[in-house]
Design a protein around this ligand. Structure first.
Ligand code: FCB
Length: 437
């Protein structure tokens, strides 16, 4: 592996609902994922995040795993329903106490805390008032950001407002495979705008409480146009606008692109200035490119997704395409030029069916090859002039993978869920050697 610039941030990522468990402990309120996971048929194995990795009680052990890994940063998320159990009102001290202990433990271990404020676990009470379809949720989010930064702003080293607002809009509100399970297709646009508005308001709230840098973590997927007709080209452009530009153009001061579903009535005067509050870092979550061609006649969508041939596949059936990460980083650089802040890859990783051998060891050569390829792609982008300053593996631990329940293992550390035993995989040792170097 070639050398990375001095100061490059080596990290791993997790999120609250996927690892914490303890969903009713210390006054935490219910979130939309608690509700959704209980609905029959929503989660492939019928599981919930009630226990997950029991990280709430085992955070000291997990911090020791981070220290052993030698990473310089740990990206976790804060559960809004721990801080405001009903999504409004004063900070709930017992909920914030948990993150206070976590942050202090990380700092003592020499690991920078990187906190995401919203990784999809909206307080259920806010959903009942319309959730992100309701403009007021943006103001609620800024209030929650303020309360959280009032407690942790002196120690968190990088704040991330939202995780993947595109996925929360499209899977959560467009096709309903994630919480809250709404199927609005392109009528989900208010969810995009209100999340971005909440982001902009939260940036201001954070700036008032902390000198640490502020970011957002977007999901990107370079589009591979399949077919060569004008209709295929139009389909590829529509998908690109929706997935790759809708949540980035306005943040970087360009206003909204011409994307399917865009409803100008939702955008109030002055909103675009709020959205474009300067950020210090753009978080990039990348898993795979998307194949797109023109839709069949009568399709409700202006594009059709098609599987991409010629790539190895993960256990999620996602193509392993490190070239897509290089392409995406170069595309961001070309597209936004000087308006692009430094980029950190805030998620990159893969699921495989990792099973301990007779000695209890977990060997995961595919994950090592995956990470090796993606880090080389990042290095190539840096060499080509893209300002990439960090890379976080998704994920530290095998965890509860949303609609896939416990069936997809993304961790550098294997978790045996019945016993909660943690076993570092061979990829953990590989990444440790790299991070330490
Ligand atoms: C991302 C999510 C993360 C995890 C990975 C596999 O979209 O941000 O929580 O589920 O995918």
């Amino acid at each position: 592996m070639p050398d990375f610039p001095t100061g490059f941030r080596w990290g791993v990522s997790t999120s609250a609902y996927q690892i914490e468990g303890a969903t009713t402990v210390d006054g935490r309120g219910p979130s939309i994922w608690d509700t959704f996971a209980r609905e029959p048929g929503r989660i492939v194995d019928g599981s919930t995040g009630d226990e997950a990795c029991d990280h709430y009680h085992r955070h000291a052990e997990d911090t020791a795993l981070l220290a052993g890994l030698g990473v310089s940063a740990y990206r976790f998320s804060i559960a809004w329903p721990r801080v405001q159990p009903t999504g409004a009102g004063p900070a709930h001290t017992a909920g914030l106490d948990f993150y206070d202990r976590l942050v202090d433990g990380l700092l003592a271990a020499g690991v920078d805390p990187v906190a995401t404020l919203f990784h999809w676990d909206l307080p259920q009470a806010l959903e009942e008032a319309g959730g992100w379809l309701n403009r007021d949720t943006a103001a609620r989010f800024a209030e929650y950001a303020d309360l959280t930064a009032a407690r942790l702003g002196d120690r968190v080293k990088l704040w991330i407002t939202l995780n993947e607002p595109f996925i929360h809009m499209s899977l959560g509100h467009g096709i309903g495979t994630h919480a809250p399970g709404r199927m609005l297709l392109f009528d989900a646009f208010p969810v995009a705008h209100h999340q971005l508005l909440g982001h902009g308001l939260a940036v201001d709230a954070l700036r008032a409480r902390t000198a640490s840098p502020v970011a957002i973590a977007n999901n990107y997927s370079p589009v591979r146009q399949v077919g060569d007709t004008d209709a295929d080209r139009a389909a590829a452009q529509a998908y690109d606008a929706l997935h790759n530009r809708l949540f980035t153009d306005p943040l970087l001061g360009r206003g909204y692109p011409d994307a399917p579903g865009l409803d100008p009535a939702v955008i109030h005067d002055g909103d675009l200035d709020v959205l474009a509050a300067p950020i210090d870092v753009l978080g990039v979550n990348y898993y795979n490119p998307t194949g797109i061609r023109a839709p069949e006649e009568g399709s409700p969508l202006p594009f059709e997704m098609v599987p991409l041939d010629g790539y190895p596949r993960t256990a999620f059936d996602w193509p392993v395409a490190p070239d897509g990460l290089r392409e995406l980083l170069l595309q961001l650089h070309d597209r936004y030029g000087d308006a692009l802040p430094p980029v950190q890859v805030t998620e990159s990783g893969c699921a495989y069916d990792d099973v301990p051998d007779a000695q209890g060891r977990v060997d995961d050569p595919e994950r090592i090859a995956y990470l090796d390829g993606h880090l080389r792609a990042v290095h190539e982008a840096i060499t080509a002039g893209v300002p990439v300053t960090g890379y976080f593996v998704w994920s530290l631990l095998d965890n509860w993978e949303w609609a896939e329940g416990f069936t997809k293992r993304f961790g550098l550390v294997h978790v045996d869920y019945p016993t909660q035993r943690r076993t570092p995989k061979s990829s953990y040792a590989w990444f440790r050697d790299l991070a330490r170097r």
